[in-house]
Structure formats: C-alpha cells, structure tokens
Design a protein around this ligand. Structure first.
Ligand code: DQQ
Length: 552
C-alpha cells in the first residue's frame, strides 16, 4: 500500500478531493449500500450504481465488490442489472439473507416495464460454491411481491434482511407509504418457502409522518454486551432496532427507534416514535443516508454502512467523473441504558494507521489553538479528549424556550454558552480561510448542562456551488461526570466525527480548494470565552486503502 505522496501537486482540485480510504467505485455514480454480507471468507458489498455516468439514472444496477477486511476492496462485475420485465427499468435497493443451509439470497426492488411499478424480486447465486458470488439468477416465480391495494405503485420498496420467527416462518419488511393517509409504514410479509409471500393485515410500524419510509432496517441488538446477534435471534436479552430513511433535497436522515418485538403477536413496541423531527434518534447527524446493516458471523458483530451524498454540483460530478461514497463500515451496538446505539469504525480501519504523534495534557486559553504536526493532516485519524473545570451541580436555570430559540448548533459562543466552541479544525488552509470545525459547546439547560456537538462547514470550501451545512446535535453525556472525547477520521473531503466513544456521529462532506494534500493542516482549538484542558491527543497518518482500483 502506497503512502500518501506528492502527486497532488500535479493534479486538479477535483481529483484531490477524492478520498483514500472510503469505499467508492473507480468512477461514475454510487448511491445506497445494498445487501452487505459475509460469505465463505469474503465480505460482499453491493451498491446502487450507474456505471455509465456520475449521475443517478433511470437504469440503476447493482455494483459488487468483495473484501477480506472491509477496508481493501476488489470490484467485480455488476451483480444485478435489468434483464426481465419485472426489473427492466432498474434494480433498486434490497438486502441479503443467509438461509439456514448457508445459502445467501437477495430480495431487491425491481422497477418493472413499462410503468416503473415497484415490485420485490428474489435473486439467488448461480453457484453457491463460488465464494465471490459472481453470478446471480432470478428464478421464474418472480416477482415475489407486488404493492398491496392501499399502497401506490411508486411507494413500495427496499426489502430488509428477512428473519425467522419462533414458528420458523420467514418475515421481511418493505418500506411504503399509505395511498390515502400518506403515512409512512413498514409492511410486514410472511413466507414458508421464501417464494410465496403474504402481507400481514397491519404494518409492523407506521407513523403520523406523511412521508415515504425508504431503506428500512430491522435487527436485534444485545442488551448484555457489544457483540452483534444474528437477525433471527429474539429473546429476553435483545431489543430490536427499526431504522427509517427520510429523503431530503440533499441527502436525508436515517432515524431509528429501539423497542421490543414479538413474532407471535407481530407487535413491535417502540420506546419512542418516528417523527421525522429533531426529536428522532439518528445514526448520523451529517451527510449519511440509506444505510444498511448486517451481522458479521466471522466476528460476531453488527456492521452498518451509509451513503455519503455529494454536496457539490452536478457539473462538479461530471468534472470529477464520480459521485457518491460509502461511510466507513461502523460497528453498532446498544449502550448500557438500552436507549441508544453506539457506533465505531470497525477495528480493521486501525490497520491503516501509520505515522503516530501524541501530545500531553495542555491548557487552551480562550482564543487559542495548537497545530498537530508530523502527520498527513488531509488523511488522518485523530483522537482527542477534553477535561472541563468542575461544573456546579445546580447551575442557574436557562429558560428552555430561550435554548430552543437560539441557533444552538452554530459555532458561536454567544450567551448561554458556558464553554466552547472547542474541538478540532480539520482541512485547514495555511491562511485559515478554509477550515471545517468539529466542535463542542457546553450550555446551561434546565437544571443541568447540555453538550452540543457540531460540524461547521461554513468555511469548508472556497469553491462555488458547494452546499455548506452546520450539522449539530446534543451529545448524550453529562459533562459534570464525563470527559468529552472526539475521534475524527479525515479523508481529503470527508470528515467522520465520533463523539463520546460513538454516542453521536456527524459526517461532513467538504470540498477544500486550498486545504488539499500536503497543504492541509489540523488544529486543536478553543474559541470559547473560558479556558479548557485537552487531557490527551493521539493522531495518525492514514495509508491509502486499495479500493476497487482493479476496475477500469
Ligand atoms: N434509493 C434506491 C431506492 C431507495 C432510494 C434507488 C434511497 O430503492 O428507496 O436507487 O436512496
């Protein structure tokens, strides 16, 4: 694996914004991750793909890559492409299920001819002895599901991984929207043989929100530890996660609820509601959409990928020749409270770490910063921890309306903000005109304190026609008793930031013009009115991963 070199001096910015350890095809368009699985020693990742241009198309197919570590990938021939009347107009998203005899099968969304009706299609490997699962066939009895009468033909898609209930029957969820009420819902189907599927009389979950539920995911999480569990496991020591993707003008939101599921009654009692508001729990508060998780039987863990949507323009996509990336694969488990998911890049990512620097405890006065030197700042992994002075137990109460009114997630330190913003400045240019701040702020809230975690892209690029977001959320920790930690993986034009050991994650998609390659810098900073202490800092240069570079 080659070290990050000086070749960037010769290349245009558009090429330099290309990432070095995030998954993407060699060129052209990628969107949702599909059907990740582990089979006979290989990890498989499929993805929504337009092999002809860096734009979404009316004939989307399934790209396919394999890996032995989920870091380095080999691109294979596309696995699924329009070939029959039921999928002639596209092969949209779907999931894999490993049957009890070890055979993998895929359920995906076909867009049929002539009208692009959404139907569910079953695909099977042509040769189960091929660990690379290069060829897939679509048995004759397809399509296996059609939209029910109360669902419009264009709102019926994205089958989940199937699971077996206590009675041994298969279940699967399909994302939908009700024809009359327009409410989003998770339609439940049953089958004895994976061929004949019947819809259950009521959805497993629906909501008041009048919006299509895309790319559902439904899986158990262990209440007793970090290890993942196979999708059909259901007992007193698991809870279930249901994830819904809500599309937005640019990207979207992956929201989830945790609850208790019984296959006997087909009841899923969620601990909260899906509202498509800021009250929802989200996998990632930045650019991260249409994610898909799978159970990795090789290492007993659950792993999730999301699509990192581009925020530059269509013209830029054509100039670059590519658009769309995957997030890093993230291990997922439920925290001790059973109330939220934790996420962390899979341990294999650490194998890319190379040159290492550390810093001892260091105090940051108001308005100070410190440059992290000695690593490749544009391609780095940084872990930093902050200690705050002792906070009073009963701070003066700040009117909560006022809290709501404020632009909380902005990177300012106006009234109500006790500490911060402090954190990391990534992809910073020499003159500081370009920078992305991944920051924390401590505010008074109710009878205690709240911590805000944000990623401010307002100065992330001097390029025109780039959407710059200010992503932010409340970090679920009590700063009176816990330190604030941050891990940022910086990869040229993506910054994945994990707060408090993975309690909250924010992904920023940025396009620096000056802060590229060797010219990019990285700082720890404190722009708050009070000092804060950095208790530890470790940073590494990251190597390039081999990602689909075999393909032409
Ligand atoms: N992308 C697919 C659909 C899915 C959407 C089409 C989500 O199946 O609902 O490429 O990004």
């Amino acid at each position: 694996m080659a070290e990050h070199g000086n070749v960037q001096d010769l290349l245009p910015n558009e090429v330099l914004n290309r990432t070095s350890f995030h998954f993407q095809p060699q060129r052209n368009w990628l969107n949702d991750p599909n059907a990740p699985m582990y089979y006979k020693g290989f990890y498989h990742l499929f993805y929504q793909y337009n092999p002809l241009a860096p734009e979404f198309s009316r004939k989307i197919i399934w790209g396919h890559s394999v890996s032995q570590d989920m870091v380095n990938w080999i691109q294979l021939q596309p696995a699924l492409f329009p070939s029959q009347s039921f999928d002639r107009n596209s092969c949209w998203s779907g999931s894999a299920t490993i049957l009890p005899d070890g055979k993998p099968v895929i359920l995906y969304t076909g867009l049929d001819e002539p009208d692009r009706h959404q139907v569910t299609v079953l695909a099977e490997p042509k040769d189960v002895s091929d660990p690379l699962l290069r060829e897939w066939v679509k048995p004759k009895h397809n399509p296996v599901m059609l939209p029910p009468d109360d669902v419009p033909y264009y709102c019926f898609r994205d089958p989940t991984t199937a699971w077996q209930g206590q009675d041994g029957r298969w279940r699967v969820l399909i994302g939908a929207k009700h024809k009359d009420t327009e409410r989003g819902m998770a339609i439940l189907y049953h089958s004895d043989d994976f061929i004949q599927w019947t819809s259950h009389p009521f959805p497993l979950l629906s909501s008041q929100v009048k919006e299509m539920w895309e790319c559902l995911d439904f899986f158990p999480v262990s209440l007793t530890g970090k290890e993942g569990v196979e999708t059909s496991v259901n007992n007193a020591s698991v809870k279930h996660v249901l994830k819904v993707s809500f599309e937005e003008k640019i990207g979207g939101k992956d929201c989830y609820v945790i609850g208790t599921y019984s296959s006997e009654t087909e009841q899923f009692s969620a601990d909260s509601e899906i509202t498509n508001t800021s009250a929802d729990l989200r996998y990632d508060y930045g650019m991260f959409y249409a994610s898909k998780a799978f159970f990795d039987s090789a290492k007993n863990r659950r792993i999730n990928w999301g699509w990192v949507v581009e925020t530059d323009s269509k013209e830029d996509h054509f100039q670059k020749g590519w658009a769309g990336l995957m997030s890093l694969p993230r291990e997922m488990w439920v925290d001790r409270s059973g109330k939220r998911l934790m996420q962390w890049p899979i341990e294999e990512i650490n194998h890319l770490r190379t040159r290492h620097v550390t810093s001892d405890r260091r105090h940051f006065e108001s308005g100070s910063r410190f440059e992290i030197l000695g690593i490749t700042a544009a391609q780095a992994d940084v872990e930093v921890t902050f200690d705050l002075p002792v906070l009073e137990d009963n701070p003066q109460t700040l009117n909560s309306d006022k809290v709501e009114d404020k632009l909380l997630f902005n990177r300012d330190n106006s009234d109500g903000c006790l500490y911060g913003p402090f954190g990391l400045l990534a992809l910073v240019s020499q003159d500081l005109s370009e920078q992305t701040a991944i920051f924390f702020k401590i505010i008074r809230c109710g009878n205690g304190y709240a911590v805000i975690m944000g990623s401010d892209e307002q100065k992330s690029s001097l390029r025109d026609n780039v959407h710059k977001f200010t992503h932010g959320t409340f970090l679920d920790i009590d700063p009176r008793h816990e330190m604030i930690s941050l891990r940022c993986l910086v990869d040229h034009s993506i910054i994945e930031s994990y707060g408090a050991g993975g309690r909250n994650v924010i992904t920023s998609r940025v396009y620096p013009k000056l802060a590229i390659g060797e010219a990019a810098k990285l700082y720890v900073f404190n722009d708050g009115t009070k000092g804060v202490t950095m208790s530890s800092m470790e940073a590494w240069s990251m190597r390039n991963a081999q990602i689909n570079s075999n393909a032409i």
